[in-house]
Ligand binder design. Structure first.
Ligand code: ME8
Length: 640
């Protein structure tokens, strides 16, 4: 049986669009998942969306939408962004999925039956954006200690989870498993948090409806964090009929989370699992934040373009993935600026890596018609390079296994720089001038290709497309581009054929680019949002004549499976309308009802019936349509 590796990201709130911060955690998890797959692990990589709670309910209300209608397009955008960024997740959980809801209800029931949950009354402070409860002491000055926004006083009947009784067990867990919380600084914060005293946790709400109902007390919905945290096991089938993936993959090897939610993952989540007598995840890694202020550094730019869609379009997906993982040590905070991104692309990618590849391949094409047939003339100065290349895999692995992504990339770049220096030292253009140096020239270029092959393998988790492109240009076949071959020298068989293709990372003209970015910033509303519905003027709306009518008669149209023929009256006139709702309503359900029609549509003929208008109905889902009934509104009323 293969070793398994289970990695998760937080499940994100679809209360706003997916942004670069979400991309940061998700790219990191993707890098780790690809790295482990490359090593032969059977990987389960889970991400998803956390769709219940008061914040989503309120946002949907503001938009005049049902919560599910509000979140569906946002969730689609998350998925679209993950596709764009090359995120290779194995499962995507939505907490509104039926199997999850049932499993959460079962978990809540089990905890209740075990005496881990009891009914009481909550009185305290609530931060809706963080979906988090606070005591008087924690919420000093009426502000959330996590995000600084205003908290609200809440008083409601609630169920409580006996979190307080787990203090000792949690402290013991951290002590016995020193790597359970990483980095170390986050562990110390958690120890302090527990030592300050844990209260029992309110795990149900009654003051709003958008959540999973408690099975045995339907006035209550499950607290969104209990609902969300359990995703890590329900997604694998825990609490469902088929729990084979749960048995195979749980416990998770690591939960990647932002530092602000380590508390939920390192305190509440293990306590819930302890209460359920289930195994605990092996590690919680609380990474730092990507900050978007300009840090006073930018002279020419008018802000930052941080929309990942725009950034990927302008600079390429791999450059963004590289930047996110290289610029800031995982675990620390760091500032994102367009200038730092452009500099990384120009220096690390275009100058260092891109140049190394294009120079090496171009010289082989120029001096050897693209084909190296000999590599026997070694010199002592090759040893340094070869040794560095051969030991890169183990150095890289040490960092990757500790989630030190930036350090792993640093190691790769040491070999990139060394290779570039090797070109300068050996001056192939000089060797090419002497016939008797051709053999040495061939060896030098072979060595460069071997370095590039090793670099491309280790780069794969970070820059999957570029890694494949490098291998393609080198003419390196798949069997010598595997993890195992990244510690071996001399894998490229003599006679391999290189092929120069377009530049992997074109250099960016910084001044011109900043000017372009400034234009995007100035026209933010027009350019920055692909997802906003195009706005219309009030004049456009006034052109539509909406009226209340009564359905006087209704029958099926023989030639059509979908259409009903309706006779409607607006108090003055009668007209015929053909409407595609026969899969959802029978004529009897409609006759006598008041509905809204668009009365000034141009008439059209549908299956032989001339239709004068359209009935308003809502597409609730793909297979559910609901007519908007307005029985209490008098016939003939105009709707504006
Ligand atoms: O907290 N820098 O969801 P959320 C780095 N639903 N990472 C960032 C970031 C930034 N500027 N902004 C966001 C929730 N993130 C809960 C999680 S899990 C059971 C439930 C990342 O949409 C980071 O991983 O607020 C952070 O923890 C997460 O997005 C918060 O996402």
């Amino acid at each position: 049986m293969r070793n398994t590796y289970y990695i998760t990201t937080p499940i994100y709130y679809p209360s706003g669009q997916a942004h670069l911060g979400h991309s940061y955690s998700t790219v990191a998890a993707d890098v780790m998942a690809r790295y482990k797959r490359m090593q032969g692990f059977d990987v389960m990589f889970l991400t998803g969306t956390d769709e219940h709670g008061q914040k989503i309910e309120l946002n949907a209300q503001k938009e005049g939408l049902a919560p599910k209608d509000y979140i569906d397009p946002i969730v689609d955008n998350f998925k679209r962004l993950w596709k764009l960024l090359g995120i290779s997740y194995d499962k995507f959980i939505r907490t509104t999925d039926d199997y999850h809801k049932k499993a959460v209800q079962k978990i809540f029931d089990d905890l209740y039956k075990k005496g881990e949950i009891y009914k009481g009354k909550y009185s305290g402070w609530y931060c809706t954006p963080c979906e988090s409860f606070f005591t008087d002491v924690q919420a000093k000055d009426g502000k959330c200690p996590d995000c600084g926004r205003e908290v609200k006083k809440e008083e409601e009947e609630s169920y409580f989870f006996k979190l307080s009784k787990y203090s000792e067990k949690l402290l013991k867990l951290y002590e016995e498993n020193p790597n359970f919380i990483q980095p170390e600084s986050r562990k110390n914060e958690m120890i302090k948090f527990i030592e300050d005293g844990l209260d029992d946790l309110c795990v149900s709400r009654t003051s709003f409806k958008w959540g999973i109902p408690v099975n045995f007390d339907k006035d209550h919905v499950v607290y969104v964090w209990l609902d969300a945290l359990t995703n890590y096991i329900t997604a694998q089938g825990y609490g469902s009929e088929d729990d084979s993936d749960y048995k195979k993959y749980w416990p998770a090897d690591v939960h990647f989370v932002g530092k602000e939610i380590v508390r939920f993952h390192a305190v509440i989540w293990p306590a819930i699992l302890m209460a359920l007598d289930l195994p605990l995840p092996k590690r919680i890694f609380g990474h730092g934040w990507l900050l978007f202020g300009d840090g006073g550094k930018m002279s020419k730019s008018k802000g930052n373009v941080i929309d990942p869609n725009i950034l990927c379009k302008r600079y390429g997906v791999d450059s963004i993935r590289y930047f996110l993982m290289r610029e800031i040590p995982f675990g620390s905070d760091g500032t994102f600026t367009n200038e730092s991104l452009i500099n990384r692309i120009n220096f690390d990618l275009a100058n260092d890596l891109g140049n190394l590849l294009s120079r090496s391949v171009a010289m082989i094409e120029k001096y050897f018609d693209g084909c190296i047939l000999e590599n026997s003339e070694f010199s002592n100065i090759d040893n340094d390079l070869i040794n560095m290349a051969k030991s890169l895999q183990s150095e890289y692995q040490k960092h990757m296994d500790n989630f030190h992504f930036s350090a792993a990339l640093d190691k790769i770049w040491l070999l990139v720089s060394k290779s570039n220096k090797y070109i300068d030292e050996n001056m192939p253009w000089k060797l090419a001038k002497e016939e008797e140096s051709k053999s040495r020239l061939s060896t030098v270029l072979y060595n460069l290709c071997e370095c590039l092959r090793i670099i491309s393998i280790l780069l794969f988790p970070f820059m999957p497309d570029s890694s494949k492109k490098i291998q393609h240009q080198l003419g390196a076949k798949e069997d010598i581009c595997k993890w195992e071959s990244s510690s071996k020298w001399g894998m490229l068989p003599l006679g391999f054929k290189v092929k120069k293709e377009e530049l992997l990372f074109p250099r960016i003209d910084v001044d011109k680019e900043i000017e372009e970015l400034n234009k995007i910033i100035e026209n933010k509303d027009e350019n920055n949002n692909d997802n906003i519905v195009k706005l219309i003027d009030i004049e456009d709306f006034c052109k539509v004549d909406l009226k209340v009518v009564k359905i006087e008669n209704c029958e099926h149209i023989k030639k059509s499976k979908k259409l009903l023929k309706l006779t409607v009256n607006d108090g003055k006139n009668t007209r015929t309308i053909a409407s595609g709702i026969s899969n959802y309503y029978s004529p009897e359900q409609l006759i006598g009802r008041h509905v809204v029609i668009v009365s000034n549509l141009k008439p059209v003929k549908l299956c032989g019936v001339e239709s004068h208008g359209m009935i308003l109905a809502a597409d609730c889902s793909e297979d559910d349509v609901k007519v908007i009934f307005v029985d209490e509104i008098p016939v003939g009323s105009k709707i504006r």
